[in-house]
Design a binder for this molecule. Sequence first.
Ligand SMILES: Cc1cc2nc3c(=O)[nH]c(=O)nc-3n(C[C@H](O)[C@H](O)[C@H](O)COP(=O)(O)OP(=O)(O)OC[C@H]3O[C@@H](n4cnc5c(N)ncnc54)[C@H](O)[C@@H]3O)c2cc1C
Length: 254
Amino acid sequence: MLRPPDASSVKLAERLSTSVGVGVVHATRAISPSLHEIVLHGVSALAGVPGNDVMLEVTHEGRPVRRRYSVRSVDRELDTLTLWIATHHDGAGATLARTVTEGTALDVVGPRGKIGLDELADWHLCIGDVSSLAAFYRLAESIEPPGRVVFIIEVDDPADALTPSLPEGLGVTGIFVDRDGRPRGTADGLLSGLAAFAFPPDDGHAYLFGEFGAMNVLRTALLDRGLSPEAISLKAFWRVGSANADHGEPDKTV
Ligand SMILES: Cc1cc2nc3c(=O)[nH]c(=O)nc-3n(C[C@H](O)[C@H](O)[C@H](O)COP(=O)(O)OP(=O)(O)OC[C@H]3O[C@@H](n4cnc5c(N)ncnc54)[C@H](O)[C@@H]3O)c2cc1C
């Protein structure tokens, strides 16, 4: 029989006014040099809406901590949800993704997250790295044709440039920028990708999900290009040089 969630997970879900469950790893595989796909069974009710994420309980130096992962997709009939987890660094979440086996039970708290698709935007600009692909592709799948979406993504390896199958009638542009040995967390590569994109004249919305410092530089660049603050949604996913805190958020002190 499936174990109940840990008392700490139940308490956390109560405090966050969200739900808790135990997901069983149904499938796990590397889908690119830097990304692992984990399919969890039993917690599809926690998937929320496009843009939402779930918190997994993982072990860091012998104690339980939380790591947040955007939901890539959900299958309510099969009761599964899929996560894409970056594994090209050393961290508790990355280690879990690399080593977890089918049948493992994991505490899952969710849905979490406040950034959803801006339904009024004519075009959507998604800027980030491989850790943001799950969120961006689920958001893009929810755009009504003839909407437009542009992805500007920095990758370590050309094989990390995974592409989604999006609804017919959607205008899709993908700009994948090779990190090319630049230090992680520097914005130069993404800025050059952004420079290659001419803003259409109608209303757009930008989603910046990725490394804290790089995303803040990109936000300034978008403001300089004339996008209004309301048309920019930024979420720092991680921060170069420091582990995320036990609750899953990167340090946001400047
Ligand atoms: C709302 C939200 C949604 C998220 N969704 C996803 C998602 O869908 N997929 C995903 O992979 N991540 C996602 N993240 C980021 C993920 O939760 C963090 O990267 C997390 O810190 C990874 O945990 P870790 O234990 O592996 O590494 P940590 O213990 O946090 O960090 C260890 C070291 O690795 C570095 N590091 C951490 N993450 C990365 C990275 N992505 N690339 C390079 N170096 C890194 C840190 O700077 C640190 O030096 C999300 C974060 C948030 C807040």
